[in-house]
Design a protein around this ligand. Structure first.
Ligand code: ATP
Length: 229
């Protein structure tokens, strides 16, 4: 299947110093790709490069068959939407008001996150971390993305809250055909919903494969993750 998003031999970083090197990565329609790796491995840098925030020093990023431009808003309108790890929800507004800020596929978003129906009048500052993350992803869905880039999906969340989010992520890939590139700290949870996974270490891909295969070979994942591979 033709990839929605592809990074080919990408080197990218800050002030001329590479944080990721020679990286190949692609996301197809309806596919969830999990990006794993320890702190500082280059996961956020990769996501920012894939979103068009950071321009690569070398290599190419293609979205929907065209070279990606360095324009976050334009890319979002074209369907490449970043859910930042700061979540991007306004605490003083209600759930309804937050969703109203992003017009479009509201019904689809609420179908995927039915729990939000009961919270529509709640101020977002009073939501749990898991509910805020649901809202952040629902907000991104309202933009009708074709590719969703989710950073640190479970940051600050209890495992039970992460577990509640996962079926919705799988469903948006299965039902809407959205391609998802997700950074997730919980390896097992990430592999349980992903189709493929990429492990980064020191800015390089050290392991990649089908999620099912990686689940069956947890030692290889742990070695790659901790740099013993
Ligand atoms: P974490 O889980 O800690 O967020 P990460 O895998 O997302 O880690 P990155 O945030 O991509 O890793 O960082 C990769 C490297 O780039 C690190 O060495 C980091 O210090 C460096 N880096 C990140 N952001 C900047 C920045 N704005 N300016 C300079 N260097 C940066």
């Amino acid at each position: 299947m033709t990839a929605l998003l592809s990074l080919t031999a990408v080197t990218a970083g800050y002030a001329g110093i590479p944080a990721v090197r020679d990286l190949d990565l692609s996301v197809a329609p309806g596919e969830i790709v999990a990006m794993l790796g320890p702190n500082g491995a280059g996961k956020t840098t990769t996501l920012l490069t894939a979103a068009g925030v950071i321009t690569p020093m070398a290599g190419a990023v293609t979205a929907f068959g065209r070279p990606l431009r360095n324009r976050l808003e334009q890319n979002a309108r074209a369907g490449l939407v970043l859910v930042p790890d700061t979540r991007g929800v306004f605490h003083t507004l209600s759930v309804r008001e937050n969703l109203a800020l992003a017009r479009g596929g509201l019904d689809e978003a609420l179908d995927l996150f039915p729990a939000l129906n009961d919270l529509m009048s709640r101020r977002c500052g009073q939501l749990s971390g898991g509910e805020q993350q649901m809202l952040a992803i629902a907000k991104a869905l309202v933009l009708r993305p074709r590719v969703l880039l989710i950073d640190e999906m479970s940051m600050g969340l209890a495992p039970v809250a992460v577990q509640a989010l996962l079926p919705s992520i799988r469903a948006l890939a299965d039902r809407l055909g959205v391609g998802v590139l997700v950074v997730e700290q919980h390896i097992d949870l990430a592999l349980s919903i992903a189709d493929r996974a990429v492990v980064l270490h020191h800015g390089r891909v050290v392991l990649t494969g089908k999620a099912a295969d990686l689940r069956a070979d947890r030692h290889a994942v742990a070695d790659a993750y901790f740099g013993a591979g």
